[in-house]
Design a protein around this ligand. Structure first.
Ligand code: NAD
Length: 323
């Protein structure tokens, strides 16, 4: 049984709790939010956590703590895999959190669902520290990057040269405040915004910004780490060949557009063509992020068992299916 710790109990952390509790190969041993943590080695009740109201803290079913991440690091011998569902605000928060696990000499595996290219560049600098403690880390394991960059990597195989990888996502959520970090990090991509500016917005300011746009945000040329991941594995010669955009509806659960990844290339016999992978419209953001993240955790455990340590980009591997 794979004992999982989930860092962060917002929209994605809660969905992860529910999904893990439906899997036979994994148990949710620990989870934390900014105000507390809960631990039960043979499995917390994922449904209870999934159904917790937004203003309640994990500390209420476990223990309140000012440093819940530190508490999870102290449980290091009882955890096989860490799923990081924390906001990456500031943009160095997740790299800094992983440094703490290395300093605490946690030996196991990690996955994250990081989105920004610059944040991922910092992640790769942790390679030596992770190797030294015998941990294996796969970064960029959500939907984009993650599921879609892996699909692009597979699709590229028909071609001799890749001209373009275009990712365009559609996400529909009925309440923005179920996914506050996701929305703030997306707002940071709007013209005139930075990660710091988006982080500093109060909830009321986010609501006003969404009201002005009828709850719909559209993005083009996002700084998404699909580019660095696909460059690292050689799918594209340079990262500017990867383009990411999307439409987010914060008022309706229905996707405003279908999510697609389109890989255009030239075959050995000179034909230009495009492969397109389309996600089913009924699949939610949570389904498309958590499934791949857990699949990549199973892959990271496989690598770790084979003595392969350090940090890798998700596009380097296929996730394994978690039963
Ligand atoms: P959220 O705002 O709903 O929840 C964040 C959680 O982290 C909260 O429970 C909060 O209490 C906790 N937290 C914050 N600071 C903490 C600290 N210091 N110690 C312990 N816990 C702390 O976030 P979300 O919308 O679920 O998003 C999580 C992450 O997932 C974001 O970084 C987002 O960008 C990423 N994401 C990735 C993809 C993808 O496809 N790759 C898609 C969606 C979201």
């Amino acid at each position: 049984m794979i004992r999982v710790a989930v860092l962060g109990a917002g929209g994605l952390g809660k969905a992860a709790s529910k999904i893990i509790s439906m899997k036979h190969e994994m148990v949710l041993s620990a989870i934390c939010d900014s105000r507390g943590f809960a631990f039960k080695e043979d499995g917390l009740d994922g449904d209870t956590i999934y159904n917790m109201e937004k203003d309640r803290s994990i500390g209420e079913i476990g223990k309140a703590s000012q440093d819940s991440i530190g508490e999870i690091i102290n449980l290091k011998d009882k955890i096989d895999g860490v799923f990081i569902a924390l906001p990456n605000l500031p943009n160095t928060f997740i790299p800094d959190t992983v440094k703490r696990f290395i300093e605490g000499r946690y030996r196991g595996v990690f996955v994250d669902v990081l989105k920004r290219t610059s944040a991922m560049e910092w992640m790769f600098e942790l390679n030596d520290g992770l190797k030294e403690v015998g941990s294996t880390y796969i970064t960029g394991c959500g939907a984009t990057p993650g599921l879609l960059s892996a699909a692009a990597s597979l699709a590229s195989q028909s071609y001799m040269e890749i001209e373009k990888v275009e990712i365009f996502w559609g996400v529909g959520i009925s309440n923005w405040d179920a996914y506050k970090a996701t929305i703030r990090e997306d707002i940071a991509h709007l013209p005139g915004f930075t990660v710091e500016k988006a982080r500093a917005l109060s909830d009321e300011e986010v609501e006003r910004l969404l009201d002005e746009r009828d709850g719909i945000l559209e993005f083009h040329n996002m700084e998404h780490a699909d580019d660095i991941l696909l460059e690292r594995v050689g799918v594209v010669a340079s990262r500017d060949k990867v383009e990411v955009g999307g439409v987010l509806d914060t008022r309706h659960a229905k996707k405003p557009v279908s999510t697609t990844v389109t890989v255009t290339g030239i075959t050995f016999d000179g034909k230009r063509s495009s492969h397109r992978f389309v996600l089913g419209d009924e699949t939610s953001m949570a389904a498309n992020v958590i499934g791949p993240a857990l699949g990549y955790m199973k892959k990271a455990l496989w690598l770790n068992r084979h003595g392969i340590y350090g940090i890798f980009g998700s596009a380097e591997f296929m996730p394994l299916f978690v039963r």
